[in-house]
Design a protein around this ligand. Structure first.
Ligand SMILES: Cc1cc2nc3c(=O)[nH]c(=O)nc-3n(C[C@H](O)[C@H](O)[C@H](O)COP(=O)(O)O)c2cc1C
Length: 367
């Protein structure tokens, strides 16, 4: 019989492992190692089952009802998903779901494969439990990722995973050609996704964030929608895939309002807010983790005031515990995502946060 280890013990065990092992290791190497282990665990059903038992990640969806956790018609096991950037090539969806994330946003995927920026390009800020990254969309490209997702969907139970696909502009594509680039990625990938995110907010691709200007964003979103529609049609599924745009925390309030108005005008499904911030003086790249939390909440609150209730807001930025999840939901997010806290808190963290969220929902009489 398995010995039940308390969640708090896992916390201590991971802190020990982090300090002894990962802390001294190059952050990107540590990331690769973690990803390989999670991928391997996910591909091996007995290991997946064991992880579910150890970390208490629930398989059943959580409370649904009007306030339950749902995302585009799918029931979720909790409000916490994994943010884009961790599983860029969609290799570890099974393992990440077993660890307790209720949905996984893969990518950013670009039309063409690309190596990303020169190393080093990922730094830890240990005291703040934050990260700074200038990765530059290193990924296997839309054709390869579509193949991986097709295999996932064809595997037993493969349709059960809730997967968002985040797409971005290839570095070699000039800004005026961006719409065509997003169109091709959407056409290749959409049919394997539960929702599609147009990322125009990462700080590490020159010119990308300029696409947040409404005049530039409109054609990009329309192209992504058209590509997605073609992709679904290939499967004999007429209609639109839920389409969202991911925005930066560094936009002015007026720019946020303008994007919200565009979301309404184009009848988009929602917004992912926020990406990493360049509001720091530490060097290249975007900052993530706790320093992002206050601005993330502000952006979500502003969006919710401007957007109709039928629009989905996926909140991200400095989510480190159940209280942060509640704060984002109180600000108007439907569900939340995290990346940085997962690095610092370890494999038992997603399950812990989901359990806490379920308890507080039950406490509020909403289950
Ligand atoms: C190393 C790293 C790589 C990231 N890569 C991407 C990416 O490829 N696409 C994207 O939309 N966001 C990317 N992000 C941003 C996250 O998805 C998220 O929006 C941001 O980190 C805020 O969440 P957090 O504070 O929980 O990390 C990345 C973040 C980190 C730390």
């Amino acid at each position: 019989m398995l010995i039940q280890i308390q969640p708090v013990t896992w916390e201590i065990v991971y802190r020990l492992i982090f300090n002894l092992f990962f802390r001294g290791m190059d952050p990107e190497r540590a990331h690769k190692l973690a990803l390989v282990m999670i991928t391997a665990m996910g591909e091996f059903p007995p290991a997946r089952g064991l992880v579910g038992l150890l970390f208490g990640a629930k398989r059943r969806p959580g409370p649904t009802g009007p306030d339950g956790n749902r995302l585009f018609g799918r029931d979720l096991t909790g409000p916490l998903g994994l943010a884009a950037g961790f599983d860029k090539d969609a290799k570890a969806v099974k393992g990440l779901t077993a660890l307790g994330f209720s949905f996984v946003e893969v990518g950013t995927v670009t039309r063409f494969p690309q190596p990303g920026n020169q190393r080093p390009r990922l730094w830890r800020l240990l005291e703040q439990r934050a990260l700074r990254n200038a990765m530059g969309f290193n990924n296997a490209g839309s054709t390869a990722v579509a193949r991986t997702l097709r295999e996932l969907r064809r595997s037993p139970g493969g349709r059960d995973y809730v997967v968002g696909v985040n797409i971005g502009k290839s570095k070699v594509t000039a800004v005026p050609e961006a719409a065509a680039d997003y169109f091709v990625s959407a056409r290749r990938l959409a049919r394997y996704a539960d929702y599609l995110v147009v990322n125009v907010s990462s700080p590490n691709t020159p010119g990308l964030r300029d696409l947040q200007a409404v005049s530039q964003l409109r054609p990009v979103l329309l192209a992504a929608r058209a590509g997605a529609a073609q992709s679904l049609a290939k499967d004999g599924r007429p209609g639109n895939l839920p389409l969202l745009v991911k925005i930066a925390p560094d936009l002015s309030d007026e720019d946020i309002d303008a994007i919200a108005d565009l979301v309404e005008e184009l009848d988009l499904d929602g917004v992912v807010a926020v990406n990493t911030t360049v509001a720091h003086d530490l060097g290249a790249g975007g900052l993530s983790g706790p320093p992002l939390r206050e601005r993330g909440l502000e952006v979500v609150r502003r969006l919710r005031q401007r957007l109709g209730r039928e629009r989905t807001i996926i909140g991200a930025g400095g989510v480190t515990c159940g209280l942060d999840v509640e704060a984002y939901q109180a600000a108007g997010a439907n569900v939340v995502q995290a990346y940085t806290a997962f690095i610092y808190e370890g494999p038992a963290w997603p399950g812990r946060v989901q359990r806490r969220a379920a308890r507080s929902m039950a406490g509020a009489g909403r289950s």
